[in-house]
Ligand binder design. Structure first.
Ligand code: GLA
Length: 400
């Protein structure tokens, strides 16, 4: 009897330790903005199991894993059909999701997947409507670590049908759908990052952290074009107070290395995402990545700004003509300063002059140029030469 009692005490004790550990583990995801790679921006609907494996291989061999890129995320078009029991199967492009997850995990990486709260995904594949718990359990059984949940067909097929002409009611239905999936994921006991993709509707930054969202898209889709990247950046001002450890604004996945972006534009894009404490999900063709693109994505100093433990999103400090100055406060009192030339070239005839006073700084500041790696001293109104769409990114460890 005594043995039985102490055994049950031990079992209860063990159960509570497990519960505490699980809660702690669940609470710990995305303490810094998630880093990794996602299939959509390069492969879109063509992605296959083979591409995911090759990308995972490259994340390791390119040094991206060592730089912090951990999540390998499969976006839309992996889904097949449901069987008679409602269990979702993969399509022919992904013969065995569990085996793929095991492969990605064997590399010391994590794996992400994609679905929609509606009946269909954005690309028209089978999604989670009415099968939320079942799908969450399936993801957990495969070993999935991250879910991007994309509104899409839920708008027309559910929100507009259930509450025609009532926007407020539609938004409540949308929020409940995300809450439902968060609860379903939590019920699996597996820590799974929840990424909301609903394009910034209904001030998502105000309610997403409350329903367990770890990141939320703040805008519509990114494209590998300067104009689009700059338009997205311009929509981020004012959102900085909503980001912090465990919950981040997501201005969408990286286009570094995609399309016809110039090197300057790739550098600016990456610098902005770091200052914005944005998730760093590369979206380029990793097996064919050029060395200069790899150098941008793996710049440890810039990644360190993004991953700074204080988790304070940067802000637009001031603009002068076509030059924008952004700052981000760092752990330990440091400051990252980004000077972006969003217009045409500025060289020795008309360099930009950085006004340190407008950043609350007084006199010369010792810093590091994070794109050249060189130490420098910033002086008030000192000239800065910047090509079109290029950036000057500096870290000042002890601002005065
Ligand atoms: C939406 C999302 C994209 C991508 C596609 C997939 O457009 O915003 O990021 O996931 O769907 O269909």
């Amino acid at each position: 009897m005594r043995i039985v009692t102490s055994l049950s005490v031990a079992v209860v004790a063990l159960a509570s330790v497990t519960a505490i550990c699980t809660t702690a583990a669940l609470a710990q995801v995305a303490q810094t903005p998630p880093m990794g790679w996602n299939s959509w921006n390069y492969f879109a609907g063509k992605v296959t199991d083979k591409d995911i494996r090759a990308s995972a291989d490259q994340i390791v061999s390119s040094g991206m894993k060592d730089a912090g890129y951990i999540y390998v995320n499969i976006d839309d078009t992996w889904e097949g059909q449901r069987d008679a029991s409602g269990v979702l199967h993969t399509n022919d492009k992904f013969p065995d999701m569990k085996a793929l997850a095991d492969y990605v995990h064997s590399k010391g990486l994590k794996i992400g997947i994609y679905s929609s709260p509606g009946p269909k995904t954005c690309a028209g594949y089978e999604a989670s409507y009415g099968h939320e718990e079942q799908d969450a359990q399936l993801y957990a059984s495969w070993g999935i670590d991250y879910l991007k949940y994309d509104l899409c067909s839920f708008i027309g097929d559910v929100m507009e049908k259930q509450a025609p002409n009532d926007k407020a009611a539609q938004m409540r239905i949308m929020i409940a759908a995300y809450d439902k999936m968060d609860k379903a994921l939590k019920a699996t006991g597996r820590p799974i990052v929840l990424s909301l993709c609903q394009y910034g509707w209904d001030a998502v930054w105000e309610w997403a952290p409350g329903i367990g969202g770890n990141l939320w898209r703040t805008t519509g889709d990114i494209t590998p074009r300067w104009d689009r990247i700059y338009a997205i950046v311009s929509q981020q001002s004012g959102l900085e107070s909503y980001a912090g450890p465990g919950h981040w604004n997501d201005p969408d996945m990286l286009e570094v290395g995609n399309g016809k972006l110039s090197l300057a534009e790739n550098r600016s894009h990456f610098s902005w995402w770091a200052l914005l404490a944005a998730p760093l999900l590369a979206g380029n063709d990793l097996p064919n990545m050029k060395p200069e693109i790899k150098a941008i994505l793996t710049n440890r100093d810039v990644v360190a700004i993004d991953q700074d433990a204080l988790g304070k999103q940067g802000r637009h400090a001031y603009s002068d003509g076509e030059v924008e100055v952004w700052v981000r406060e760092l752990k330990g009192g440091g400051l990252a300063i980004g000077v972006f030339n969003v217009g045409s070239d500025r060289y020795s005839t008309h360099p930009f002059h950085l006004d340190l006073g407008k950043l609350g700084l007084h006199g010369a500041q010792a810093g590091k140029d994070l794109w050249t790696g060189k130490s420098l001293t910033l002086v008030d109104n000192g000239p800065i030469e910047l090509g079109s769409h290029d950036v000057f990114l500096v870290r000042v460890d002890a601002p005065k």
